[in-house]
Design a protein around this ligand. Structure first.
Ligand SMILES: [Fe+2]
Ligand SMILES: [Fe+2]
Length: 180
């Protein structure tokens, strides 16, 4: 499609995000299976449920605009998913895998937050308050997923009393703490 106006750009970005959400929906089950930490498994699983709602909300937005809910290939999310698949294939250790899954999932959330933040602003500017409300609901859930992942990551980075004592009474190195 030719993009000449902000309306065109809004529609194009909605298509981009619809493609991205569908792609993420397909990628999440494999990430869930690879996770070992029950809290991480639960976070990925509940965000998969939310992602199904994100697709439905986007379909509603297309309906409001009177346009077919058709995705447009989003190269950014294709890259993120490819990177995730490649990294997951290279990691054998469960603890390291969990750390990788958190970072990979957060990269996707940050991408979605950027896109939905823009879409909410454009929907308001273009006079689509109902669409803006729907997009904002999804944006808030993306922020929520990001916060949950941050908490999991921070929990993993806390040095714990049961870590083996560092030689010569020194402090355990940051790497050991992050991979506990
Ligand atoms: Fe989403
Ligand atoms: Fe998300």
């Amino acid at each position: 499609m030719t993009i000449e106006t902000l309306d065109d750009l809004f529609l194009h970005t909605l298509k981009d995000v619809l493609y991205a959400e569908r792609k993420v929906l397909k990628a999440l089950p494999a990430m869930e299976r690879k996770a070992t930490d029950p809290k991480l498994k639960e976070a990925l699983s509940s965000h998969r449920d939310e992602t199904e709602d994100h697709v439905v909300r986007l379909e509603e937005v297309f309906e409001i605009l009177g346009k077919p809910a058709r995705g447009a290939k989003c190269d950014a999310v294709v890259g993120l998913v490819e990177e995730a698949e490649g990294l997951m294939a290279d990691i054998a250790d469960a603890e390291t895998m969990d750390a990788a899954l958190i970072s990979l999932a957060q990269a996707v959330e940050h991408y979605e937050i950027a896109r939905y933040g823009t879409l909410v602003a454009w929907a308001r500017k273009l006079g689509h308050p109902k669409a803006a409300k729907l997009l904002k609901e999804t944006l808030d859930q993306e922020y929520g997923a990001d916060r949950t992942l941050s908490k999991l990551a921070e929990g993993r980075l806390q040095p714990e009393a049961h870590l083996p004592a560092a030689p010569h009474g020194g402090r355990p190195c940051a790497g050991a703490a992050s991979l506990r």
